[in-house]
Design a protein around this ligand. Structure first.
Ligand code: SF4
Length: 470
């Protein structure tokens, strides 16, 4: 499959670059936890790492898990998706989009540019563009998906060339910073014994000990500065830089939005990084104690590779396979249609009931009566005095406590208690006294999920799909 092909290429290219950085350049001096391993071929080193991890585990140490930006983002977006991807490790064929294909190739060319520069070889722009053309033809696969039918393979190829050409003209002769690592991969140790996966497109530094974490963006979406100032991915990388390069005074996070020939920079203070690390470790703690993995239907589901097997969408996919007659005859469709019809009627009836209540009150007041008679039934309209509590609820509760009546008038908050019991945030003795059993909530909504969870970062395949709609 084309997707596997791309992934293999990327992986091979990262491995090549990281091997180069660690062994050949002599400039990349970070202390990998694996740096004590004997000098071996990459495949042997990988096996050694696995054995090493297993030994740590067998010796009674905690199992080390590597968390990445997209792994955390997936958990925050949808726990069910997280379970499929990272716990059950369900494999699905992700189609390679032309945007992803072009993006990977542009990354590869920029990697070549800086890698060759480390060997004092400055490629001309034409050489890089030729390399891009050749690689494009060599690795092109007719299964690559072009979703936007108004554009052709050649349009995307020209886009990629324009990105490289603009970047070249903008930054030539590429000597403002010194490259330390390309497609750098490593693990940042976290306080809870886990690790955070690091992968930097280009890491560079200048003579003032300022380090630059560079990230190339090939999609047609320019981010706002506020969004970049809150970005977790590169900010976590800056923690790794500070850990590994003791001379580091400042870390600048640099995004190159190649479609706009625009560079955007963000920086984090020591306090912000400390807070970010705490927040990241908290999310990991939540992941590791999580026992419930419900689906979370949002607009992001449209980019989820598990949508077809997701319980929140599976029935819709089954229906897509049916003829119009079979569709109408589907038990689920029939029940939902009837349920929706009843729901609409119920809402209309409720609204009419409220209207009638008000009319009955007016009628009773005008007639000076408190009972109104119909054919079979009568309605009583009795006035009563309604008490409204002050808006400052907390203060009012304090007052009730002070006056010794709170216990008498307060009620248990069942939703809060439910949540505390399920999350085990309450004394076990309380949990023991309760019974937890499966029940269902039935709710009716429009078929299409609305709204987007802005706080959630997209995983790889979502980014990949998003590129095609940008
Ligand atoms: S389709 Fe939506 S709800 Fe289902 S697993 Fe994917 S993200 Fe979660």
């Amino acid at each position: 499959m084309a997707g596997k092909h791309i992934k293999r290429n990327l992986r091979a290219c990262r491995e090549q670059s990281s091997t180069h950085c660690r062994r050949n350049s002599g400039t990349h001096r970070y202390h990998s936890p694996w740096s004590a391993l004997p000098h071996k071929k990459p495949e042997e080193e990988k096996t050694d790492k696995k054995i090493w991890r297993k030994q740590i585990w067998l010796l009674g140490g905690n199992k080390v898990t590597s968390y990445s930006h997209s792994r955390l983002g997936t958990f925050q977006q949808c726990r069910y998706k997280y379970k499929l991807q990272y716990i059950d490790k369900v494999k699905v064929d992700v189609p390679t989009t032309i945007e992803a294909f072009m993006g990977a190739l542009v990354h590869k060319i920029l990697e070549k540019l800086y890698k060759d520069l480390q060997f004092q070889k400055l490629n001309t722009k034409e050489e890089l563009l030729n390399f891009f053309e050749n690689e494009w033809e060599k690795t092109w696969d007719d299964n690559i998906l072009i979703v936007k039918k108004d554009y052709t393979k050649d349009n995307y190829k020209e886009m990629g060339k324009k990105f490289i050409s603009d970047y070249y003209d903008h930054y030539k002769p590429f000597n403002s910073w010194r490259t330390i690592g390309l497609e750098t991969e490593d693990k940042l140790p976290l306080d809870n014994g886990n690790q955070y996966h690091i992968r930097i497109d280009r890491l560079a530094c200048d003579s003032n000990s300022t380090y630059y974490v560079c990230d190339y963006k090939t999609n047609n979406k320019l981010k706002a500065q506020e969004e970049l100032d809150e970005d977790r991915q590169l900010a976590m990388y800056s923690l790794w830089v500070k850990n590994n390069f003791k001379d580091c005074k400042t870390v600048k996070l640099v995004w190159y939005f190649l479609a706009f020939d625009k560079e955007m920079v963000s920086e984090r203070s020591k306090e912000q990084l400390k807070q970010l690390k705490i927040e990241t470790e908290q999310i990991i703690k939540e992941i590791e104690s999580c026992v419930e993995f419900p689906t979370n239907v949002t607009a992001l589901c449209d980019w989820c590779v598990y949508k077809q097997m997701c319980p929140s969408w599976k029935h819709e996919y089954e229906l897509k396979e049916k003829t119009p007659e079979e569709f109408k005859d589907d038990d689920g469709v029939k029940m939902v249609n009837e349920y929706a019809e009843i729901d609409t009627k119920e809402k209309k009836l409720k609204a009419r009931k409220e209207e009638l209540k008000n009319q009955l009150i007016v009628f009773a007041e005008q007639k000076g009566v408190d009972a109104i008679f119909g054919t079979e039934k009568k309605v009583s309209v009795k006035p009563y005095l309604k008490v409204t509590i002050p808006e400052d609820k907390a203060g009012f509760i304090e007052l009730l406590k002070e006056k010794g009546v709170y216990d008498e008038v307060s009620m248990i908050s069942y939703p809060r208690l439910n949540s505390m019991i399920l999350k085990k945030q309450i004394d076990p003795e309380v949990i023991e006294k309760t019974k937890t059993e499966k029940d269902y909530r039935i709710s009716l909504s429009k078929k299409k999920a609305k709204g987007k969870n802005k706080n959630v970062s997209l995983g790889f395949e979502q980014k990949l799909w998003q590129r095609q709609i940008n």
